[in-house]
Design a protein around this ligand. Structure first.
Ligand SMILES: *Cc1c(COP(=O)(O)O)cnc(C)c1O
Length: 460
């Protein structure tokens, strides 16, 4: 064994204790360190030829990299839709690395069953019916891609074409209909060979990001019976609007289409009694995408993908040439269901946080974040320098500068500079704007007041 490895092996308990202490220091300072950084590009250093051992590597990391990192797991990082990591999920994440399981198949361990249990818990959490079977992937983009791959296979089935065997060219042009699809849907269409231009945007309801279901019906009618894919959106990123999932699902009685629902963070509305109606009908979808590294507050990278047509999913992702991985059967091993073969046991952090806090604990996070978004919305509405661009429907506040929306980007820069908070710039309905998204388990009213004060101070 190389002497540095040999030393580290002998010192493993101390090394892990030191790493733990370092992580504890970082997390203890999370509320005080600058929330975001104006990035300064760093050129890659040459590959170390002689290493420095784990302790030396930690020191080098602490000096060279960590100071430039954002406090993204902290309470006032309100950019994108981010979420942090609950204590239990972090513990689970560390153990995932320590145990280093590959949940590809169950021939050597029960790891795939842990994943199955976790998926069953998540299905219940979001109120999906048992016909929805799921797998864990690395993020909502992969979940959307997997759901749309199954949709593609279904289109083939309708036309007697096994797309997984013959390729997407055999399928001919495909129509995808959606009102306000997330950018990752275009990426998935590109990846799947369907092409970004397969997407036809359907008109929205006036002043909303939700699709106009009557216009969707017209678009389906125009297809003259040709099967299509509909991507419904349950929680848009700018204004957290929701398509009427029940009304869309009901259209399947008259038109053939696959219903994929992107509920990356919107699915968590099911945990708030006052908002659960927003995801009414989610269970009727053919495939559903939900992110876990956002509102479940587990570390990156984690999302779940549900579908009613596991048989089609297995046709796409089957790794069937590898005989040692076993036959597909009725309950295929994960390797036959996911884009990856080998992968991290993503389920552990999600399992830990659900085991630790249960449905009630996670419902509290969701309800609190929703209330905090409403509170910031009220504070901003009361500041004359700002203007809300949409009602605060769930957990995002979308607003701009009342008299100078074109300076929204500058304001984001000033917010970053302050070190107090992080919000992301956006363009909503052609207007440059900002978004404050609440999805972190740590955020409190005091944080909202701090952000409101900051906005007041930075107002032009
Ligand atoms: C975040 C998000 C995605 C993409 O998720 P990643 O985890 O970044 O891959 C897709 N759809 C919606 C609605 C999202 O909010």
């Amino acid at each position: 064994m190389h002497p540095l490895l040999d030393d580290d092996l002998a010192r493993l308990p101390e090394l892990l204790d030191e790493t733990r202490a370092y992580a504890v220091r970082l997390l203890a300072g999370l509320s005080d360190r600058p929330v975001a950084r104006t990035p300064v590009r760093r050129a890659p250093a040459p590959l170390p030829v002689e290493g420095v051992g784990a302790k030396g590597a930690t020191e080098a990391f602490a000096e060279r990299w960590e100071p430039g990192f954002a406090a993204s797991p902290g309470p006032r990082y309100l950019g994108f839709v981010t979420g942090g990591a609950t204590p239990a999920s972090l513990a689970g994440d560390w153990l995932t690395g320590a145990l280093d399981q590959n949940p590809t198949s169950g021939i050597d361990s029960t790891a795939p069953d842990l994943e199955r249990e976790t998926v069953a818990w998540l299905r219940e959490l979001f109120g999906l019916p048992p016909e929805h079977e799921g797998t864990l992937v690395s993020g909502a983009t992969m979940s959307n891609a997997a759901g749309l791959a199954i949709a593609r296979e279904w289109l083939g089935e309708r036309n007697g074409i096994p797309v997984a065997e013959q390729g997407v060219a055999a399928l001919g042009p495909v129509t995808v209909l959606s009102g306000s699809p997330h950018s990752s849907v275009g990426k998935a269409l590109s990846l799947l060979g369907l092409g970004r231009s397969a997407m036809r945007r359907v008109d929205l309801l006036p002043g909303r990001e939700a699709v106009d279901v009557a216009r969707l019906e017209e678009a389906l009618e125009e297809l003259g019976g040709r099967p299509a894919i509909v991507v419904a959106n349950a929680g848009t990123v700018n204004t957290v609007d929701f398509d009427d999932l029940r009304a869309i699902a009901a259209l399947r009685e008259r038109y053939p289409f696959w219903l994929h629902v992107d509920a990356a963070f919107g699915a968590f509305a099911a945990l708030s009694p006052d908002h659960a109606h927003l995801v009414d009908g989610l269970g009727e979808a053919d495939s559903v995408c939900v992110d876990l590294h956002k509102w479940l507050n587990v570390p990156y990278s984690s999302a779940v993908q549900f579908t009613r047509r596991r048989d089609l999913q297995a046709r796409i992702f089957a790794n069937s040439a590898a005989a040692y991985l076993g036959p597909l059967g009725d309950d295929p091993e994960p390797v036959h269901l996911t884009p990856e073969n080998s992968r991290r046991l993503h389920a552990v952090p999600a399992w830990f946080t659900l085991a630790a806090y249960g449905r009630e604990g996670h419902a509290e996070i969701v309800r609190r974040d929703i209330a905090l978004a409403a509170l910031l919305g009220e504070r901003i509405a009361a500041l004359p320098a700002y203007r809300l661009l949409a009602p605060v429907r769930l957990n995002v506040v979308c607003f701009t500068l009342a008299d100078a929306p074109e300076r929204a980007g500058e304001l984001v820069g000033a917010i970053i500079e302050s070190g107090e908070a992080f919000l992301t710039p956006t363009v909503y309905d052609g207007i440059p704007a900002l978004r404050a998204a609440f999805s972190n388990w740590r955020t409190t009213e005091a944080d909202v007041e701090r952000v409101a004060k900051l906005l007041e101070r930075l107002a032009p």
